[in-house]
Write a protein that binds this ligand. Structure first.
Ligand SMILES: [Mg+2]
Length: 114
């Protein structure tokens, strides 16, 4: 491996680690809320309500950005920001899953009627 390939490999590895850390955070927050019903619950929710929850989570993230904690304990502040980012990502994932599931159902219906 030459120097450029090593740099590229390092960049790729750093990206993979950041992504893995973030998806782990999403997973931790989702499993902590399994008592709410998990996938079956968000699939039964009106998608409009999932969009509303996404908006609320974005507002929480914006609010966390201005937390006075920033000046006192930056590590705690960064954790709070990261957790709100995971909430936003989880609701975006649920909306994505909601639509893809309906697309699958429509495709199945079309296949059975054609
Ligand atoms: Mg939140």
């Amino acid at each position: 491996m030459n120097a450029d390939e090593m740099k590229e490999h390092q960049r790729r590895l750093e990206m993979e680690l950041a992504l893995a850390a973030f998806t782990l955070r999403m997973h931790t927050k989702l499993t902590a809320n399994m008592h709410k019903g998990g996938r079956a619950n968000w699939q039964q929710t009106q998608v409009h309500d999932l969009f509303s929850r996404l908006d609320e989570e974005v507002a929480e993230l914006q609010e966390a950005k201005w937390s006075p904690e920033r000046a006192h304990d930056f590590a705690k502040y960064a954790e709070a920001i990261a957790n709100e980012c995971a909430d936003v990502a989880n609701f975006a994932m649920m909306i994505s899953d909601w639509y893809l599931e309906r697309a699958k159902q429509i495709q199945k219906q079309n296949e059975s009627t054609s």
